[in-house]
Design a protein around this ligand. Structure first.
Ligand code: FES
Ligand code: MG
Length: 602
């Protein structure tokens, strides 16, 4: 049988030929061929000249959020086969957000590294990236950027909506609420677990606008997945169809030689920043998008998030900023509906290429909301300016705050002084890591009151390797019972995208590398001014110098590394503002073009 019908369709010689069909290198070709035949794939297939497509499988029992990809990959294979390609599925290093200790952030860069080796070092002409749980999306896109062979992402999709006693319960978001209820004695341990479990009724990722929905939506906004694909709930039939179409598309992309560098342009990133504001995206988004941009070699800074995203209104009414969940977002039109609105208002650029070979304008030009209570109109949005604001001062060079989650109650308590609008002063309470916080928060002797600012340090990419999502801290029980549900929080760690706390996060440089947070002491006064974008310790320079000298090398909230990777990661990782990437990795760009195919193995 002649399977060579696609031999001449590609615009260039396929890289997989160097392994399987290289007459000038018969010794090695024989060695490669011999070993790949052993599971039943035939010589005819391997030498047919068809594109070989990798499927990077992120789902496993360890990563339940992405586990449905094990099923979806079957439909991806069928799409690849129907389009004339051959699929080779391979596992990636697992990353599951909540289960991985000490952090999943640590594994984003490890998974990135191993994916670069897999995609670059094995015979593939294109790759399907199976994305979902928080860090699986950036890890895959970062690796695709570094290698730069044709690549398309497939989202696994959110879980179905969670329900409890007739009300929507959203993943993560319900945990913060249930913790408060447990602390206040409104529910017991059993009721607590039951309430939280109700939020996860099916396979898929967190059904709130947490980091998973955010990053999958932004992947679509960047043009790295098919239009309309991010919001489809995991169990829906449309998701299976989307998997099939993704398989068809990647083969076309290989023939067209459409690579990440053609899609991931600066304009694509700026579009994604604006989409992030409109969806009420996670504060983890700047870390991950800045990381992807660095690996593809696009200039993108934290300032771009403020400059291009701060004044974009919030349109999507999903928890934690709003009411609804993933199924509602899909039914209301998903990412295309949001992008269509932004495009027609001139807020995003339409002339940007996407994975399917069409532009953003082609893909979403006429898309619009099917439910105005879920995706709101631009001229009557949920919140007017909903992006991230970037703060700086003597405490840190940069930190971010998500404006869309500042509640009216919080605004009234802290930001409504007519003489000093959008600014407040408070007294610092410093916690050296989450253990310290949990041990002491409810101790009445601390005297935490509603003018206190809770500080979390030792939680950044070096201090808590990878960076822990621990900056959003609930107030002491006594304050909750008195009706104070949120205190200002500030720290060098991250915050879960599912949390609605108006925290000041991702402070860089972190305390563990000598940032200003290392110098704060409980009882210090701190001034935060959102108009001036500042956060300052009200301590004079001479005292700051004295404290810095006294600090020396002693930072006992930075425990020793426990694994080889923790140590390696700590020695190479940068800070949150620049993506917390492995700094040595950034110089390796577009390696499939820069270096061609790697040398033979034997
Ligand atoms: Fe995996 Fe939320 S914990 S998607
Ligand atoms: Mg998280």
């Amino acid at each position: 049988m002649d399977l060579g019908q696609d031999r001449d369709r590609s615009t260039q010689r396929l890289r997989s030929r160097a392994w399987f069909d290289s007459p000038e290198n018969p010794d090695m070709t024989a060695l490669y061929i011999e070993r790949y035949l052993n599971f039943g794939i035939s010589l005819d297939e391997l030498q047919s000249g068809r594109p070989i497509i990798g499927i990077a499988q992120t789902g496993s029992d360890l990563v339940p959020c992405n586990r449905h990809h094990i099923e979806l990959a079957k439909r991806v294979r069928e799409g690849i086969r129907d389009a004339g390609g051959i699929a080779l599925e391979f596992p990636t290093h697992p990353i599951q957000e909540t289960g991985k200790r000490p952090t999943a952030g640590l594994d984003r860069n490890l998974s990135y590294l191993s994916l670069v080796e897999s995609i670059y070092g094995y015979p593939m002409d294109g790759v399907v990236l199976t994305i979902g749980c928080d860090k699986t999306t950036p890890a895959c896109l970062m690796a695709a950027a570094t290698v730069n062979i044709p690549a398309i992402a497939l989202s696994v999709g959110p879980m179905l909506n969670g329900w409890f006693k007739g009300e929507r319960t959203g993943s993560g978001t319900i945990v913060w609420k249930a913790r408060e209820m447990l602390a206040a004695g409104e529910i017991d341990y059993k009721g607590f677990i039951e309430l939280v479990a109700s939020s996860a009724p099916s396979t898929g990722w967190c059904n709130t606008m947490g980091t998973a929905t955010t990053m999958n939506s932004l992947c679509e906004a960047l043009g790295m997945s098919l239009p309309g694909s991010a919001a489809i709930p995991a169990p829906y039939r449309d998701r299976q169809e989307n998997a099939y179409r993704t398989g068809l598309q990647i083969v076309e992309m290989v023939h067209a030689d459409r690579k990440p560098s053609d899609v991931l342009t600066r304009q694509a990133f700026l579009n994604a920043i604006r989409v992030n504001s409109a969806i009420g995206g996670s504060t983890n988004a700047p870390i991950h998008l800045n990381a992807i941009a660095r690996h593809i070699g696009v200039e993108l800074t934290l300032a771009d998030w403020e400059d291009h995203g701060a004044d974009v209104p919030l349109l999507v009414n999903l928890q934690p900023a709003g009411t609804y969940l993933g199924e509602d977002f899909y039914r209301a039109g998903g990412v295309p509906a949001v992008m269509g609105k932004l495009l027609r208002a001139g807020l995003i650029e339409g002339d940007v290429l996407t994975a399917n070979g069409r532009t953003v304008a082609d893909n979403v030009g006429t898309a619009d909301s099917e439910d105005a209570d879920v995706i709101w109109p631009l001229d009557a949005p949920l919140k007017p300016a909903a992006g991230l604001t970037v703060l700086s001062g003597n405490l840190f060079d940069s930190a971010v705050m998500k404006l869309s989650v500042i509640s009216d109650a919080f605004r009234a308590r802290y930001l409504s002084n007519p003489d000093d609008p959008n600014a407040f002063e408070g007294t610092a309470f410093v916690f050296d890591g989450p253990e310290d916080y949990h041990r002491r928060i409810d101790d009445p002797a601390l005297g935490i009151d509603e003018r206190s600012i809770l500080i979390m340090r030792g939680a950044g990419p070096v201090g808590y390797p990878g960076g822990a999502e621990v900056v959003n801290m609930r107030p002491p029980v006594a304050l909750i019972q008195a009706g104070v549900h949120a205190l200002p929080c500030l720290g060098d760690g991250r915050q879960s995208g599912t949390s609605g706390s108006p925290s000041i996060l991702n402070a860089a440089p972190e305390a563990a590398v000598g940032g200003g947070l290392a110098l704060v002491r409980t009882g210090d006064r701190i001034r935060i001014d959102l108009n001036r974008h500042s956060a300052d310790l009200l301590v004079d320079d001479a005292e700051m110098d004295r404290r810095r000298e006294a600090l020396g090398e002693a930072r006992d909230y930075v425990p020793p590394s426990q694994t080889p990777w923790q140590e390696i990661h700590r020695s190479l990782v940068g800070q949150f503002d620049t993506g917390a990437v492995l700094e040595n990795a950034v110089k390796y760009q577009r390696i499939a073009q820069t270096f061609g195919i790697p040398r033979d193995s034997h």
